[in-house]
Structures are given as structure tokens and as C-alpha cells.
Design a protein around this ligand. Structure first.
Ligand code: GSH
Length: 266
């Protein structure tokens, strides 16, 4: 029987039944649900992880360990030919770039408005921050994790970090509890995870910066202790693992990648 010849009640019933079956199919087959490819040693991955957990978004965690070179594997190349994390897979839809992923999740799961405010001007401030963040925070703050970065580059990098933090405090944070106002947004998460990276590696960027330290306190309170520890456990353990030499040694193909990144640091 073609759709055109079916009566309206029959069509409605069939549509309802198919929608119901589709929901069951997604639940019964997790491969069709939301998958997040992450490594919690990575800042943008942690931002995505925290966001999904905090908002009760159900997902399958697909851990891809950089230090074992898993992002260079053939399987992962099918997911992201750029070999980078995080990646979101929602059925056939694949999305990279943490900020795009956070916005997708905010809209798809209709999370509380403060994460990605519907008010045009507040939302535009989030995008303003994310643009500045990509140029001034992301580029600079990841560097200290790379074990083989020459000392003079690390020192120079710290000068850039200090400069960026001054601009951050004066232009973006001011006396507000969060970057775009009174409540936490996805911009705060992106920032938090970049700043936690040097802290975990022994350079506490919050010391001597009361404004930023107060903001960190607000972030900890809004995320809650359990999620804070779950998300940050691996990175807070990294120094101890380095000292004990228990970290995996990246395979040659990842080392080439790493050396390339290091060569780009001024
Ligand atoms: N702008 C990207 C950055 C992604 C990125 O650089 N990810 C790093 C981990 S923190 C990565 O996958 N590096 C692997 C590589 O470059 O080989 C985002 O925010 O998602």
C-alpha cells in the first residue's frame, strides 16, 4: 500500500510506531548512539567530557591514547584524517573541533541556557572569547606537556602565557564570576582545561592572580568535586608517572608529529 492511499490515522499510527522503534533501536544498539573519541590528557577532550557528563548526556566513551599513538592508527584515520581529538560521532555524523562539538551538544540536547545562551549578545561574547582563545590560549598553553620541548622555548612560552593571562583578566574576566556573566558557559570550560594543563605539569598559573583564582573556585564549585576528580585524575597523575617513567613511549609515527608541533613553537 502506498503512503498516498493510507488513511491519516493509519499514517499517524505507523509514524508513531516507527519513531518508537527508532528510539528502541538507538537504545539497543549503542553503536548508533553518541560516541565521543577522547583522551583525558587532552584539554579540549576534557572540556567535551565534562560538558557531556555535567549535562547528563549519554555517550559511549571511545578512548584514544595519544601516548600510545592510537590517534595515528588506521582505524582512527577513518574517523578523523587529521589524527586529532576530540571527535564526536552521532550515527553517520562526524564532528571535530571541541568548540563546534560543545555547541552541537548544547543545541541537540537543549542543555540549560547558561551554557550557550540564546540571548544574541551574550552568545556573541562566547564566540568572541572562543576566537581569542584559539589565537591566544590554545596555541600557547599546551606546550608544557611535550616532554622534549627545549628549555629556552618553555621559558619563552611562559612569557607569552603571562601576557595572555593579563589580557584575559583585564578584557574578558574582569570582576565577573564567569567569562560571560553570572553563570558558567562552555567558554569557561574551554579556558579551564587549558589552564589546568600547566598546573598539572607544575606551573600554577593561578598563584598571584586573585581574579583568576576566584574564577577557578567558582568553576570547581559549579562542576562539583566528583566530576572534577574524574576528569582531572589522569592529568594530575602525569608528573608522578613521568618521574616513575611509567608513561608509554609514543611510537615513531607520533614522535614525528610531536617534533613537527615542537618546531612550530617560537
Ligand atoms: N582546535 C582543536 C585542537 C585539537 C587538538 O589539537 N588536539 C590534540 C590533543 S590536545 C591532538 O589531537 N593532537 C594530536 C596530534 O596533533 O597529532 C580542538 O579544540 O578540538
Amino acid at each position: 500500500m502506498s503512503g498516498a492511499t493510507r488513511s491519516l490515522p493509519v499514517l499517524l499510527l505507523q509514524n508513531t510506531v516507527s519513531a518508537f522503534l527508532a528510539v528502541i533501536a538507538v537504545r539497543a544498539n549503542p553503536a548508533m548512539g553518541l560516541e565521543l573519541y577522547l583522551d583525558l590528557l587532552s584539554q579540549p577532550c576534557r572540556a567535551v567530557f565534562i560538558f557531556a557528563k555535567k549535562n547528563g548526556i549519554p555517550f559511549q566513551l571511545r578512548t584514544v591514547q595519544f601516548l600510545k599513538g592510537q590517534n595515528c592508527s588506521k582505524e582512527f584515520l577513518q574517523i578523523n584524517s587529521l589524527q586529532k581529538l576530540p571527535v564526536l560521532k552521532d550515527g553517520d555524523f562526524i564532528l571535530t573541533e571541541s568548540s563546534a562539538i560543545l555547541i552541537y551538544l548544547s543545541c541537540k540536547y537543549q542543555v540549560a541556557d547558561h551554557w550557550y545562551p540564546s540571548d544574541l549578545q551574550t552568545r556573541s561574547w562566547i564566540h568572541e572569547y572562543l576566537g581569542w582563545h584559539a589565537d591566544n590560549i590554545r596555541n600557547i598553553f599546551g606546550v608544557t606537556l611535550w616532554i622534549r620541548v627545549p628549555e629556552e622555548k618553555v621559558k619563552r612560552n611562559r612569557t607569552y602565557m603571562d601576557h595572555a593571562l593579563q589580557q584575559l583578566e583585564s578584557k574578558f574576566l574582569g570582576d565577573k564570576p564567569f567569562l560571560v556573566g553570572q553563570q558558567v558557559s562552555l567558554a569557561d570550560l574551554m579556558l579551564l582545561e587549558e589552564l589546568i594543563q600547566p598546573v598539572a605539569l607544575g606551573y600554577d598559573v593561578f598563584v598571584g592572580r586573585p581574579q583568576l583564582a576566584a574564577w577557578r573556585g567558582c568553576m570547581e564549585a559549579s562542576l562539583g568535586t566528583e566530576l572534577w576528580q574524574e576528569a582531572h585524575g589522569p592529568i594530575f597523575n602525569i608528573l608522578e608517572q613521568m618521574t616513575k617513567k611509567t608513561l608509554p613511549v609514543p611510537p615513531p609515527e607520533s614522535q614525528t608529529n610531536m617534533l613537527f608541533h615542537i618546531s612550530k613553537i617560537p
